[in-house]
Design a protein around this ligand. Sequence first.
Ligand code: TIU
Length: 221
Amino acid sequence: MVTLAAAPFDLSFDPSSTALIVIDMQRDFIEPGGFGAALGNDVTPLQAIVPTVARLLALARRHGLPVIHTRECHMPDLSDCPPTKRDRGAPDLRIGDAGPMGRILIVGEPGAEIVPDLAAIEGELVIDKPGKGAFYATPLGEHLADLGISTLFFAGVTTEVCVQTTMREANDRGFYSLLIEDATESYFPAFKTATLEMIRAQGAIVGWTAPLAALEGALDG
Ligand code: TIU
C-alpha cells in the first residue's frame, strides 16, 4: 500500500488496483475554434494544464497503472445527442455544426481528438462518451471491473462538469477517487475552487484531492 498526503486526510491505495482516468483533454475544449470557445469561454487556462497532465501520464505509465482516456463526442447522425443538449444556450456553433476543427464534438473529427501532447499510447483505452459522466452509456464500469480496479485518479477538463460528474458516478459505484488538483481546470476559476472544496468536504464525501507533486513523491519515493 502507498499512503498519499491528500485532502481532507491521507489516502492509502494499492497501485496494482489503481487506474488513471484523463477526462476529455480534447482539442474541442482546449483549442480556439472548438466547443468550449463556441460556448463563449477563454480556453487559455485549460491549455496551461497540458504539461502537468503530461507529467501525470508519465508517472502513471512509469508505475504501470492502467490509463483510460475519455472523449466527449457524438455519432455523426447525432443519434446519441439529446436535443436538449444540442439546443442548449446560444453558442456560436452547436454540436454537429462545422467549425475550423471539423464538426463540433463529433466522433472522428479533428476537434474531438485528444491534444497531441496527451495522446493515448498503445494499450491505453480511449472511451468515447455521449454524456458528461464517463460511466453513462459506456463500457467503463465493465472495463474497471475486469481490471480489478478499486481506486481512481482523475485529471482533465472541465473540473465542475465532466470531471466532477464522473467522480460522483465513481463514488456511487464504490471507487476511492482522487482528483489531481493541478491536472484539472475549469473555464471559471471560482467553479474549480468550489468543486475541489465540495469533493473533499464532509470527510471526503465524493473523494480526495492532492497536487501532482504529492502523488509523485508518494509513488516515486
Ligand atoms: N462546458 C464545459 O465546461 N464542459 C463540457 O461541456 N464538457 C466537459 O467538461 N468535458
